[in-house]
Design a protein around this ligand. Structure first.
Ligand code: BT5
Length: 329
């Protein structure tokens, strides 16, 4: 597990500011306060990561092409948030960004800490399922929150994340994305994103919550996972062109931050209102697989705690808090 180097980020920022011009080794060494041989070592390191950097003894270094890589300073520059994204950690490869954020929560790290990875070796869905997480093409992100409401309302945070994800996707790409209860984001009935909320709680209070979001961004059609319970898609497949992952992450963090602020200052009603608008599950005939069996009926409503109200006939309803939904129409 290697955190992407801070010095590399500084060098890239200087190259970006130079707008394609040469930057001398001396300038880099002065600005970053490292020796010229350390500059050279970092340039070599960046080349190994796929950066194309030309150099001449008289002029110095020039960045010709950068690989598609997430950089925390670039993301920080693109957001002005109150809580979410105050600290952003980016890793090349982790087991699961949720595991890292949960660990950080246990260590008392600040609310709003965000963990991002280029790939996950054990990306997780609910109930121990796998989240397929190839390198450098998608978004795998987890954030640490310390909300001051009882554990019963934790599902509201999954709803908040679903709203923020659907809104960020639509804003960045212009594609309409919809929420499928409880934690899927769909485009054209295919799954483009999934959300995993985990928490450490006592009976009456939440110690901390981690919300993990996976979004298939630039996965090519042929690389999309097959034979899943629900067909998968990526934003690139829907849009026909690559999507800038940094811009999408910035939009996601901003949307999460403003919705979280809404919950804290005005309660959950406004997020639930937005959720209803973006949800494709309500008023549909559904089959719900529960831990203890299967029910069918019409998804009628959502409770303030995030439970799905399903009308099962003869005037009877059931409220479901966890399960997998299939649309029957
Ligand atoms: C989810 O679970 O959809 C939650 C996924 C959360 C992933 C994020 S990535 C960042 C953070 N770190 C983690 O380790 N996890 C979170 P669930 O509803 O249980 O759906 C899982 C199912 O989705 C799998 O069993 C597959 O059928 C399907 N699936 C797996 N990978 C997929 C992908 N990349 N795209 C679409 N579907 C996928």
């Amino acid at each position: 597990m290697k955190q992407v180097e801070h010095i590399d980020d500084l060098i890239i920022n200087i190259f970006n500011d130079s707008k394609g011009e040469f930057v001398s080794g001396q300038t880099l060494s002065k600005k970053i306060r490292i020796t010229r041989s350390a500059v050279w070592k970092h340039i070599e390191g960046l080349r190994r990561q796929g950066y194309i950097i030309v150099s001449t003894p008289s002029k110095g270094y020039r960045l010709v092409e950068a690989p598609d890589r997430l950089i925390s300073s670039e993301i920080k520059k693109g957001i002005k948030t109150k809580v979410i994204g105050k600290e952003i950690l980016i890793f090349d490869e982790v087991d699961s960004t949720n595991d890292i954020a949960m660990e950080m929560g246990g260590k008392g790290r600040v609310e709003g800490l965000v963990v991002v990875a280029e790939s996950q070796s054990h990306g997780r869905g609910r109930l121990g399922r796998t989240w397929i997480s190839p390198k450098g093409v998608n978004i795998y992100i987890s954030m640490l929150l310390r909300p001051e409401f009882p554990p019963l309302y934790a599902t509201t945070l999954t709803m908040m994340a679903s709203v923020a994800t659907a809104m960020a996707i639509s804003k960045t790409t212009g594609i309409e994305a919809y929420i499928k209860w409880p934690n899927d984001i769909l485009i054209n009935q295919k799954k483009v994103s999934g959300i995993l909320t985990e928490m450490k709680a006592e009976e009456e209070r939440i110690n901390y919550v981690v919300i993990g979001i996976g979004i298939n961004v630039n996965m090519r059609k042929d690389d999309l996972p097959r034979n899943l319970r629900m067909p998968a898609t990526s934003l690139m497949e829907c849009l026909g062109e690559k999507v800038d992952r940094s811009i999408l992450i910035c939009s996601l963090l901003k949307s999460l931050d403003s919705n979280y602020e809404d919950i804290k200052t005005r309660g959950i009603t406004s997020v639930i209102r937005k959720w209803r608008k973006l949800c494709s599950t309500l008023n549909k005939r559904v089959k719900v697989t529960l831990p203890g069996g299967v029910i069918t009926g019409v998804a009628e409503d959502i409770t303030p705690e995030g439970g799905l109200v399903v009308s099962i006939g003869e005037g009877l309803t059931r409220v479901i808090y966890a399960g997998d939904v299939i649309y029957l129409e």
